[in-house]
Design a protein around this ligand. Structure first.
Ligand code: NAD
Length: 499
C-alpha cells in the first residue's frame, strides 16, 4: 500500500507515529493509500525547525521573495495537469474542475508577486518639529494553515503564498482525505526557491490541529472548513493569544426575480448547485424564485437540465458534470437528509438516491436531487447538505426573499438574477452576506480582491487573499523618530506663537 508521509525541511519524510488514515478512491470505494497521522511531538519538531528557518527568510528582501512566487507560478503552470490529476484522484472531482481548483490558487500566487508594493509601509514626513514617522509591516514568525478536503490545491495556495511571501514560515495541515496535492505543492515551492523549513506539511487529524493550536511558537492560524470546527479553532487559537481567521460552512441562496432571464438563471443554478457534487462552499444550494409564476416557469426549465446531468468518475471523460462525494459517511448523511426532506413535506421532484453506475457500485455517487416547496424549518434548509441537492424555497415578494437570506445563519455567498439595476443594487447593499453575485452564480472574488463570508461562515477580522492577506500575515510597527538638526533656533516649535 502506498504510504503518504509529511514534508519537512525540504524533503518528504515518513511518519513515525504508527498511526495512519485511509485515503479512499471515492469513485470505487477502495483504499488507494495510507496517510501518516502525525503526533504532537512531530508537530512541535516541525514548528521548531520552521522557526529557525524563518529568521533568515524574514531578512530576505521582498523583491527576492516575490521572485520566488514568480518561479512558483511558472512551476504550477507547467505542472497543471499533474496537480489536477492528483486533486481528482483523491477528491473525485472532474478534471476541468480540478484544473479550476489549481488555477484559482495560482491566481493568488500571481498577486503575491506584487508583495514589495503591498509591504512597503507608510511614512509621514515632518509629523512634528524634526519628527518623522514610518510604519512597517513585519512578518509574524511561524503560522499554521489548516485546510478542508474540497479544494486540495486552491485553499493551501491561498494560505501558503501570502504567508511565505510576507516572510513567515508556514506549517500546513491539509485534509487527511486529500493529502497528496499539498505535498506536490511543497515540492514545487522548494524548486521555486522557498528555503527548507519555510513550508512544512504535517499530515494528520485533530491531534495535529490541537498541537498547532497549543504550540507557543505559532503566531497565527488560518483555517477553512466546517462551521463547528471553525468556531472551535477560532476560540482555542484566540484563547492562546494567536491571531486567527477561520472560515466555515455555507448555505448560499440565489434570488430569481420575475424579470430575470430564466434560461440563464436555470443554467447558472444547475452549474452552481451540482458542480463538484455540490461540495463547494460557494455552491448555490437554495433557489428562491420570487412569485408563483416565476417559480413554476423556473422549475420547468430546471427539471430537464437536472435530469440531463452526467455523473461519473473523472476518468470517464470531460463531459462528466460531477463525480462522487468524498466519503461513504458523507454519502449516507446526504441520503439521510434527502429522506428527512421527504418526511418533512418537501416536494422531491428529482430523486437521486437510487443512482447506480455499472462498475462503480461501491463508489460514493449520488444522482442529482431537486426539492421544491422547501420551508425554512426543514432539515434540508437548516443544514449545509454539501451534496448534489438543490432546494427551492418559493418567496411571495422581493422583501420576503431578502428577509429569508438575511435570517439564514450562514453568510458566505449569494446571488440575484434580475434585469433591474435598482433591485440588484438594493440587494447588494442590504444583504448581510460577504460575497454577492449579480447575474453571476458563484461570486468568488478575483485574487486581488478578498474572500470571506459573514455570520457563521467566517470568524476573525480579515478576509483571505488579496490585500487582507498582507495584513493578516504581518504586524505593523510604527517608528517615531526625531533628528535635532530639523529643529531650528535650538528649541521646540512654539505653538503659542500660532495662537
Ligand atoms: P472539516 O471541518 O471537517 O475539516 C477541515 C479541517 O479541519 C481538516 O484539515 C480536518 O482534518 C480538520 N478537523 C476536522 N475535525 C476536526 C476537529 N474535531 N478538531 C480539529 N480539527 C479538525 O471540513 P471538510 O469536511 O474538510 O470541508 C468541508 C467544509 O468546509 C464545508 O462545511 C464547507 O462549506 C467548508 N468550506 C468553507 C470554505 C470557506 O472559505 N468558507 C471553503 C471551503 C470549504
Amino acid at each position: 500500500m502506498h504510504e503518504i508521509g509529511h514534508y519537512i525541511d525540504g524533503a518528504r519524510v515518513a511518519g513515525t507515529s504508527g498511526r495512519f488514515g485511509d485515503v479512499m478512491n471515492p469513485a470505487t470505494g477502495e483504499v488507494q493509500a495510507r496517510v501518516a497521522l502525525a503526533t504532537p511531538q512531530e508537530v512541535d519538531d516541525a514548528v521548531a525547525r520552521a522557526a529557525t528557518a524563518q529568521e533568515a527568510w524574514a531578512k530576505v528582501n521582498p523583491q527576492r521573495r516575490a521572485r520566488v512566487m514568480m518561479k512558483l507560478g511558472q512551476l504550477i503552470t507547467e505542472n497543471m495537469d499533474a496537480l489536477a490529476e492528483a486533486v481528482s484522484r483523491e477528491h473525485g472531482k472532474t478534471l476541468p474542475d480540478a484544473r479550476g481548483d489549481v488555477q484559482r490558487g495560482l491566481e493568488v500566487v500571481e498577486v503575491c508577486m506584487g508583495a514589495p508594493h503591498m509591504l512597503k509601509g507608510e511614512f509621514t514626513d515632518n509629523g512634528g518639529p524634526g519628527i518623522d514617522l514610518h510604519s512597517m509591516r513585519q512578518p509574524l514568525g511561524v503560522v499554521a494553515g489548516i485546510t478542508p478536503f474540497n479544494f486540495p490545491a486552491m485553499i493551501p495556495l491561498w494560505q501558503l503564498a501570502g504567508a511565505i511571501v510576507c516572510g513567515n514560515a508556514m506549517v500546513l495541515k491539509p485534509s487527511e482525505r486529500v493529502p497528496s496535492t499539498a505535498l506536490m505543492l511543497a515540492e514545487l515551492c522548494s524548486q521555486a526557491g522557498v528555503p527548507d523549513g519555510i513550508l512544512q506539511v504535517v499530515n494528520g487529524d485533530k491531534a495535529v490541529v490541537d498541537a498547532l493550536l497549543d504550540n507557543e511558537t505559532i503566531q497565527a492560524v488560518g483555517f477553512v472548513g466546517s462551521t463547528p470546527i471553525a468556531q472551535y479553532i477560532y476560540a482555542r487559537a484566540s484563547a492562546n493569544g494567536k491571531r486567527a481567521q477561520c472560515f466555515g460552512g455555507a448555505k448560499n441562496h440565489m434570488v430569481i426575480m420575475p424579470d430575470a432571464d430564466l434560461d440563464k438563471a436555470a443554467d447558472a443554478l444547475v452549474g452552481a448547485g451540482y458542480g463538484a457534487a455540490g461540495e463547494r462552499c460557494m455552491a448555490i444550494s437554495v433557489a428562491v424564485p420570487v412569485g408563483a409564476d416565476t417559480a413554476d416557469r423556473l422549475t420547468e426549465k430546471l427539471l430537464p437540465r437536472i435530469e440531463n446531468l452526467k455523473v461519473g468518475p473523472y476518468t470517464a471523460g470531460e463531459d462528466v458534470d460531477y463525480g462522487p462525494v468524498i466519503t461513504a459517511q458523507a454519502r449516507e448523511r446526504i441520503l439521510g437528509l434527502i429522506g428527512a426532506g421527504v418526511d418533512q413535506g418537501a416536494e422531491l421532484r428529482i430523486d437521486g438516491r437510487d443512482f447506480a453506475l455499472q462498475g462503480y457500485e461501491r463508489g460514493y455517487f449520488i444522482g442529482p436531487s431537486f426539492f421544491d416547496r422547501v420551508t425554512p424549518d426543514m432539515d434540508i434548509y437548516r443544514e449545509e447538505i454539501f451534496g448534489p441537492v438543490l432546494c427551492q424555497v418559493r418567496a411571495g415578494s422581493y422583501d420576503e426573499a431578502l428577509q429569508l437570506v438575511m435570517d439564514n445563519p450562514y453568510g458566505n455567498g449569494t446571488a440575484i438574477y434580475t434585469a433591474d439595476g435598482d433591485t440588484a443594487r438594493d440587494y447588494a447593499h442590504r444583504v448581510n452576506v460577504g460575497m454577492v453575485g449579480v447575474n453571476f452564480p458563484i461570486p468568488v472574488p478575483l485574487s486581488y480582491h478578498t474572500f470571506g463570508g459573514w455570520k457563521k461562515s467566517g470568524f476573525g477580522d480579515l478576509n483571505q487573499y488579496g490585500p487582507d492577506a498582507f495584513r493578516f500575515y504581518t504586524r505593523t510597527k510604527t517608528v517615531t523618530s526625531r533628528w535635532f538638526s530639523g529643529i531650528k533656533d535650538g528649541g521646540e516649535f512654539n505653538f503659542k506663537a500660532m495662537d
